[in-house]
Each structure stands twice: as structure tokens, then as C-alpha cells.
Design a protein around this ligand. Structure first.
Ligand code: ATP
Ligand code: MG
Length: 880
């Protein structure tokens, strides 16, 4: 277990040193007490509490962040099967059959053993999980058991490193391998097989694809599927192998050979884009520009930009750089990398290599001379030797004969001197990106740089994610700001900017705004995913309906980073996130407690971890607390990892709890219950609740909501067995829909006769008078509104007839209601007047008050009086 990583994930990087110095290993960690923590220097009670909670979770069998690979023989962390996006890598020895025939079995065993060891070791460095050795083939997962935002990239790097390591392996015969990788959604985690051959099985087409593209790889090469390529952007140079017909795949699959790292300067340039216009951020840019103006005068400034992944830190620095592009200045850029957090001064080395123009295949002395041209101006020769040593070039640093400590000081001095020299000619804009991945030595150098620029014409912009604690904040020449989420209008503009000419309806845009919570990266990826979807289907349909957005769930490109956030908190807390996700974007402690069925301490610890990790917002103190997923997409991701059967189980439990302990809530919000029942597969009961929800909403005049609920119920009907019960449900749903359609869309809307004609037909079949009466009334209204008074008369007569059969005053009243209205419009005034008299006689405000929700949307008594008055006027009795 990597204790340092565990501490970092908890946001307690400051204790790394203390834990290391006191030899805290995984075993000791589990047994640490509050007193121990105090002695370790954890002075804050809050921190001690949180650490103890996290330790408790570890002991409950949570998955731990591991750096070493878990080979197939070792027990993989016990957990349920899940849906996950992973990158699967296959590698295979070239010509192993021939090898077997040439070598003595015992030698062969050694060769294979050495090969396996190299694979496990290499892949382990990139957090790959060796799932299975199959003779000379090895199956590796990236993104399981723990996801990282860059799993696909890790797989590619591991593949390249593996080719390299195998080529250097010292065996009696030179070994060669081919490697393939593919990325996609799978179900992983079920134990397949028994005993020694037991493995964490992966089900889905991704492993097949990985095996097939491996088949395309020539000896000594790595080939990746298109899905993997999408995740690695321009980080690698690739050769397009075109669309390849592959066994088991209906469509040809595009495949790419990986040539090597591309040397793209920044992760932003390789993985993101600034193709769409910048939206918002005016204030931040203005502030940064002001600091630039001040810095140019010789009083250097530092701007610290923090914010969550994808919020736009890099984009902001790019925009700043664009804005001052026409001014004379020198731009220096340093990039930290997640893969080089332990390599000394990596950002500096990478910067110099890029600036000096090192190319693949340059000989060492060629590089030395390129570096010399770049670096030697103004510095002492000895300094250059130190820099050459740093760059691993031929050098005479050893001859300087100075202590390592002194050497380091001089190296720092040389680098700072360089900066000062450059700024003497022109002001310098320095951008130091992604400080959360900084290596310790660079960190020291950066401290010195922040100090040094105070008196130089330099603006230094440092970006980092919130987990990094920037220590420079208090100084007068340092300005910090956190980038916030974009506002709804800005997100809307961004969506339209990305969509270009593609027709995205306002509903789709609104849903993207809603689900991406103002994080530009999410906006970009979700919009692109929607556009791709639109491309596949009928464009117009997609524009008219918002459903594709929800159907798409989490874009593949965001999967890894979102899953990584969940995995980091350990499996116990992650399961709580999954349960929360089933409950909804927002849920209360009261509700999750009976659903989760876990010891209170564990539940609270899990919720605490989720809150501390910034995945949930918490309001109040348990048991009076409520929680909100910080991002809709995090909720979607947590939900998406659950297997269908498990989802159903959880939804069923929620429905049960709602009906049992929260009967009041279920009564007030039948749609909530309906949603969970439907997701649990209890469609029959769900339909009942959708109807109830629709009627309730209509009763509160929330007709658009009523329509949504009722239509959902209707959509679900087809899953129920045919029969009188289903017919009854359908009639009630359609009758309720009819009223809401009339209110929202008007009596003459074509939806109205559609709803009523079908319910009338079914009601006749069922022989239910009330239903038949209501449906006929609806049809009458529609004809009346369309001005087809002859048809209206027919329906009205039918209503009179239906009413005449029984003793229901309500039916009589409404039949007359239809008759006076029809007569009025047909000019049959005397007859109409007679019907109003009948109507007024029958009308009982107590009893018929509720009619307005069923018939025509207004009060029949008032209508009778009002129409009568008009009729009297027309008939020549203005005084009556
Ligand atoms: N204000 C904005 N207007 C338009 N697009 C934006 C804006 N901010 C960010 N973007 C886009 O969103 C994506 C993510 O932004 P960016 O890469 O700058 O995020 P970041 O904060 O640097 O994330 P990370 O921590 O992962 O480096 C980029 O493609 C970027 O172009
Ligand atoms: Mg960035």
C-alpha cells in the first residue's frame, strides 16, 4: 500500500513526512490510535477524527490504492462486479511455439518466467492490473481495480515501456512481443473459474477488440483501437492503420500503431482544445493583465490560479498569452506531469529539451551543442556543465568536485540566473502548469523563483488543482484566485459555440447546462457526445427531444476521470456514493440510512469522506443532514458503475423505505415513488404512482408536469400484461392527459381527440359509464373548439343520452353544459336557454365545484349564469 498516496488522497499530504519517518506501513496504519496520531504530529482534532475514520474504512476491506500490480495469483480486492470503462491490454510472445521446440523445457520455463516478471514489473509502474497469464500471453487491465483519469494513456505508456524492456531482456534467445490495447465499457469483477485459475473476469467486447488489434501488431510494436486513441489525444505519434476487418466485429475497426511519445508541449495542447471561443472569465483576465502591466515595470508579480479539473485554468493562461501576443516579451512554460512526479526537475528538463529543439534520434553531442546554444549566454561555463548533467548529456560536472548539496544550490542559482538574464532583454511571462504534480525538487526551485521574480520584470502564473496547498499566498506580490464554474448563460454560449451549425434545440442545450454544472470540460465533452449521437440518428428527432442527452449518460472521455474521483475514496465510501446516486442528486441522511443498511459509524465515515473529497456537499449534521452530489456527472458515474440487477435491488429498497417510513413523502410526491418503482422493475405499481402523480400535479394546476408524469405512465403500460386492469389504467391516464392537454395546448389541439378517442373506445369495452361520459365530453369539447358544431351536436346528444340512463346529477349538469354551449354557437338560442335553466337548477356548488378539474376547466354553474345572460340579451330580454 502506498501510504503517501493514501494521505494525499485524503488531502493530508502535510503528514507524509511524519508517517514515513515513523515507519508507518499498511499494517501499522490499521492499528494506529488517536494517541499515536497526536504523537505523529496530527495536532488538529478534526484531522485525527478524519484519519481514524479513513483507517476504519481500510479495515473494513476497502480497496487500497496500490502501486504494485496485483498479479492474478494474488487475491484481488473483494468487491462486487461492476460496470466500468477500462483499457484492456494484451501482449503476446512472438514465435513461442518455435521457441518451445528449440529450448529445453526447463530453459523455456525460465525464459517465460523472466518475461512474466518484466511484464508484471513494467505494467505495475503504470498501475496496470495483471489479470491473467495465459501461457505466453498476458492480459492486463488499466482502470481496475482503481481508475485514473489517464488510464488509456497509462496503457499506451506501459505498452511502449514493455516493448523496450523486452528488447533489453537478457535471454538465451532474443524475445519479441506484440501488444494491443482497446478501451471500452465492461463488466468486471466476477470471479470466474476456481482455485489457481480463478481470475477477475471481464465481460464485454473490449477484451476481444484488444486481442484482435494485438493480432494486427507486427513484432515489437503496439497497436491501439480507436477508442483508446480518443483518450490519448495528441500525446503520442500514431500511424493510422485504417479500418480493419476483424473477426467477431460486424464493422471494420480503425486501428493505430503507436510510434512513440509525440513530445507535444503541454497536456492542454495534446488533450484539450481552444478551438471554441472563450466565454466569460473577463474579470480574471483583466486582473491577470493588470498584474502583467505591473510586472513589466520591473516589480514582478505572481498569480496563482486554482480550480478543479477541466474548469479552465490552462485555457485562461492560453487566453492571457494570446492577449499579450503582440507585446514584446518572452514566454516560458513549465509543465508538471502525472507520470513524472518523482523525477527531479522534470518540468525544467522538459522545458529546456523542447526549447533547445531536441529531436528523436539526435546524438548525445548534437544535443549538447543544441543545449549549449540555448543556455550558455551570460552564464559561467561551470553552470553549463551542471545543466548538461541535469539533462543527462555528456558533461564535466564531476570534475567540479563539489558536494551534492552545493551542486544543487549552484544548479538552482544557474536556473534562476537564466530567468533573470532573459528578463533583462524583454519582460517574461512564465506559466507554471499543474503544480499539483510537482516533484519535490521543482517545488523548492519554485519557492525560490517566486521570491526572485519580486524584483524582475516577470509575471509568473502558477496553476494547480485544489488538492495542492500553495504556500505563497500571503506575500504582497502574489495574487491568488480560484476559478469558479461558469454561469448558465455562459455554458449555453459555450454549447452553441461547440455545436457550430448543428441544430441543437433549446431543450437539449438546457439539459446540457443542467448536467454539466458549469465545468467547461464537461460541457465540451457532453456536447460533443450529443452531437455524435445526433449524427447517427435522425437529426430532427434529436433536436426535438431532450432524451438523447440522458440516454447518453457519461461521455466516454470523462469516464476515467470521474471514476478515478470515486475510486480514490476507497470502496466502502464508494458504495455509499452508489447508494446515494440511486436516491438522486440530492438525498437526506434520514433516507440513506435505512436504505444503506450499514452500521451508523461506517455510514457517517463514508459520507464524511465523500464530503471531504468534494464529491458531495453536506448541509447540517447527521442525522439531520442532507447531501448533494457536487456534479450531476459524478452521480451519473456512480450510478453507472452499478450492475442492472444491483440497481433494481437498491431502487426496490428505496421504494419500500419510502412507502414504509416516509409514507407522507410518498403521498406528497408520488412521482418519486413512481421513479423508484419503475427503476426497480415494478412497472405495475409504478404506473399506478405515475397516474397519481399526474392527477396530483393537475390538481395543483401544474399541467406540464402532469403531462410528463402521465406520459411516463402511459409509456410503461405496454410492459404490463393485457387485460381489463391494464385497460382501466390506460383509460384513467388518458382521461387525465386530456384535461392537461386542453389546459396546456388548447381544446383544439390534435392531442386532445387522440387521448379521448382511445379512452372512449376502451371505456365502451369496459362498460364504465363515468369513463365513457368523460371521454365523450372531451371529444365534444374538441369539436366545439374547432367550430365543427354539427359533430359537436352529435357528441352533445350522446352526452344527454348517457346522462339520461342514470341518476347522476353531475352527468346531467355537464350534458346540459355541452348542450347550451353547442346551442349558443349554432344559433339555437331558445333551446340553449332551456339547457342553462336545467343547468342552474342542477348545480350544487359544494358537489360540482371539482368539475372544473375534469370538464372544460371552468365552473359549470358560473358558465350557466353567464351564458344565460348573453342568451337573454340576444333573445331580446335585456332586462331579465
Ligand atoms: N472560459 C472558457 N470558454 C471556453 N472554453 C473553455 C473555457 N474554459 C475552459 N474551456 C475549455 O474546457 C476545456 C478544459 O479546460 P482546461 O484544460 O483549461 O481546464 P484545466 O482547469 O486546465 O483542467 P486540468 O486541471 O485538467 O488541467 C478545454 O478544452 C478548454 O478549451
Ligand atoms: Mg490544465
Amino acid at each position: 500500500m502506498d501510504i503517501a498516496a493514501w494521505l494525499r488522497d485524503l488531502g493530508f499530504a502535510q503528514y507524509e513526512g511524519a508517517f514515513r519517518d515513523n515507519d508507518i506501513d499498511a499494517d501499522v496504519l490499521r492499528r494506529l490510535t488517536a494517541d499515536d496520531l497526536r504523537e505523529l504530529g496530527v495536532a488538529s482534532i478534526g484531522h485525527r477524527r478524519r484519519l481514524l475514520d479513513a483507517i476504519a474504512l481500510l479495515s473494513e476491506g476497502a480497496a487500497m490504492p496500490t502501486e504494485a500490480p496485483a498479479p492474478a495469483e494474488a487475491a484481488a480486492p473483494a468487491r462486487e462486479a461492476e460496470r466500468r470503462q477500462i483499457t484492456v491490454m494484451f501482449c503476446d510472445l512472438v514465435g513461442s511455439t518455435a521457441l518451445a521446440s528449440r529450448l529445453d523445457p526447463e530453459d523455456l520455463r525460465e525464459v517465460i518466467g523472466a518475461y512474466h516478471r518484466v511484464v508484471a514489473e513494467t505494467v505495475g509502474r503504470f498501475a496496470g492490473f495483471v489479470a491473467k497469464y495465459m501461457g505466453d500471453g498476458v492480459l492486463v487491465y488499466f482502470g481496475y481495480p482503481e481508475a485514473h483519469e489517464d488510464d488509456a494513456e497509462r496503457a499506451v505508456r506501459a505498452g511502449l515501456a514493455l516493448l523496450d524492456a523486452i528488447a533489453r531482456l537478457d535471454t538465451p534467445e532474443k524475445l519479441q512481443i506484440h501488444v494491443g490495447a482497446a478501451t471500452g465499457l465492461v463488466v468486471v469483477g466476477d470471479l470466474i473459474g476456481a482455485g489457481a485459475s480463478q481470475e477477475r473476469g471481464v465481460v464485454g467486447e473490449t477484451p476481444n477488440l484488444a486481442a484482435r488489434v494485438e493480432g494486427l501488431a507486427a513484432p515489437g510494436t503496439l497497436v491501439i483501437a480507436d477508442g483508446t486513441r480518443r483518450h490519448v489525444g495528441a500525446l503520442f505519434d500514431l500511424e493510422d492503420l485504417g479500418a480493419q476487418p476483424l473477426a467477431g466485429f460486424a464493422e471494420p475497426q480503425r486501428a493505430w500503431r503507436v510510434i512513440g511519445e509525440s513530445g507535444a508541449v503541454s497536456r492542454f495542447e495534446a488533450l484539450r482544445s481552444d478551438a471554441t471561443p472563450l466565454v466569460g472569465r473577463e474579470e480574471e483576465l483583466e486582473l491577470a493583465l493588470r498584474r502583467w502591466q505591473q510586472a513589466k515595470t520591473g516589480e514582478g508579480r505572481v498569480v496563482l490560479v486554482s480550480g478543479e479539473p477541466g474548469i479552465g485554468k490552462s485555457r485562461l493562461t492560453a487566453a492571457l498569452s494570446d492577449m499579450i501576443a503582440d507585446e514584446p516579451h518572452t514566454r516560458l512554460r513549465w509543465f508538471c506531469s502525472p507520470h513524472h512526479q518523482d523525477s527531479v526537475l522534470y518540468p525544467t528538463i522538459a522545458r529546456i529539451e523542447a526549447a533547445a529543439g531536441f529531436a528523436r534520434g539526435d546524438a548525445a553531442d548534437q544535443r549538447r551543442s543544441k543545449a549549449h546554444t540555448l543556455l550558455s549566454s551570460g552564464g559561467a561555463d561551470d553552470d553549463f556543465e551542471l545543466l548538461a548533467e541535469l539533462l543527462s548529456l555528456p558533461n564535466a560536472a564531476a570534475a567540479l568536485n563539489i558536494s551534492p548539496q552545493r551542486k544543487r544550490e549552484r544548479l538552482f542559482e544557474a536556473l534562476l540566473h537564466q530567468l533573470a538574464e532573459l528578463s533583462r532583454h524583454k519582460p517574461v511571462l512564465g506559466v507554471f502548469e499543474d503544480a499539483h504534480w510537482i516533484d519535490p525538487t521543482s517545488r523548492e526551485l519554485l519557492d525560490l523563483m517566486v521570491e526572485r521574480v519580486k524584483h524582475l520584470p516577470v509575471l509568473l502564473v502558477i496553476t494547480f488543482r485544489p488538492e495542492f496547498q500553495a504556500p505563497w499566498g500571503g506575500q504582497p506580490h502574489v495574487t491568488s484566485f480560484a476559478l469558479n464554474r461558469l454561469g448558465g448563460r455562459e455554458v449555453g454560449a459555450l454549447v452553441l459555440g461547440i455545436a457550430g451549425n448543428a441544430p441543437l434545440g433549446s431543450e437539449v442545450v438546457a439539459e446540457i447546462v443542467e448536467r454539466t454544472d458549469g465545468v467547461p470540460l464537461f460541457v465540451e465533452e457532453l456536447t460533443k457526445a450529443v452531437l455524435e449521437h445526433v449524427g447517427q440518428e435522425d437529426r430532427l428527432a434529436a433536436v426535438l427531444s431532450a432524451s438523447p442527452v440522458s440516454a447518453l449518460a457519461v461521455p466516454a472521455t470523462l469516464h476515467a476521470s470521474l471514476t478515478a474521483r470515486l475510486d480514490r475514496i476507497g470502496s466502502a465510501a464508494r458504495e455509499i456514493a452508489q447508494i446515494g446516486a440511486v436516491l438522486g442528486r440530492e438525498f437526506s441522511y434520514e433516507l440513506i440510512e435505512p436504505v444503506a443498511q450499514r452500521p451508523e459509524a461506517e455510514l457517517r465515515a463514508g459520507l464524511g469522506l465523500l464530503t471531504d473529497a468534494g464529491l458531495l456537499f453536506c448541509r447540517g449534521v447527521p442525522p439531520q443532514s442532507s447531501y448533494l452530489f457536487k456534479h450531476a456527472l459524478v452521480q451519473d458515474t456512480a450510478y453507472g458503475t452499478l450492475l442492472r440487477t444491483r440497481r433494481q435491488e437498491l431502487h426496490a429498497r428505496v421504494a419500500e423505505v419510502l412507502q414504509g417510513d416516509f409514507a407522507d413523502l410518498a403521498e406528497r410526491q408520488p412521482e418519486l415513488l413512481a421513479h423508484h418503482l419503475q427503476a426497480a422493475g415494478a412497472n405495475d405499481r409504478a404506473v399506478e404512482q405515475w397516474l397519481k402523480a399526474g392527477q396530483r400535479a393537475a390538481g395543483k394546476l401544474a399541467h406540464p408536469e402532469a403531462i410528463a408524469h402521465l406520459e411516463r405512465g402511459l409509456a410503461l403500460l405496454s410492459t404490463l400484461p393485457e387485460g381489463p386492469e391494464r385497460d382501466d389504467r390506460e383509460i384513467e391516464l388518458r382521461l387525465a392527459l386530456g384535461v392537461s392537454y386542453i389546459t396546456v395546448r388548447g381544446m383544439s389541439s390534435p392531442s386532445v381527440p387522440e387521448a379521448y378517442a382511445r379512452s372512449r373506445e376502451l371505456a365502451e369495452k369496459r362498460g364504465n359509464e363515468r369513463q365513457r361520459f368523460q371521454a365523450t365530453f372531451g371529444l365534444w369539447q374538441n369539436k366545439g373548439a374547432l367550430g365543427i358544431t354539427r359533430d359537436a351536436r352529435v357528441f352533445s346528444n350522446e352526452l344527454l343520452q348517457l346522462a339520461g340512463r342514470g341518476k347522476n346529477d353531475g352527468f346531467h349538469l355537464q350534458a346540459h353544459h355541452s348542450a347550451w354551449t353547442t346551442g349558443f354557437f349554432r344559433g339555437e338560442l331558445t333551446e340553449a336557454r332551456a339547457h342553462t335553466i336545467e343547468g342552474s337548477r342542477l348545480y350544487d356548488p359544494e358537489e360540482h365545484h371539482s368539475h372544473r378539474f375534469i370538464y372544460g376547466g371552468h365552473d359549470p354553474g358560473a358558465c350557466a349564469v353567464y351564458t344565460a345572460a348573453q342568451l337573454d340579451w340576444f333573445l331580446g330580454f335585456p332586462d331579465r
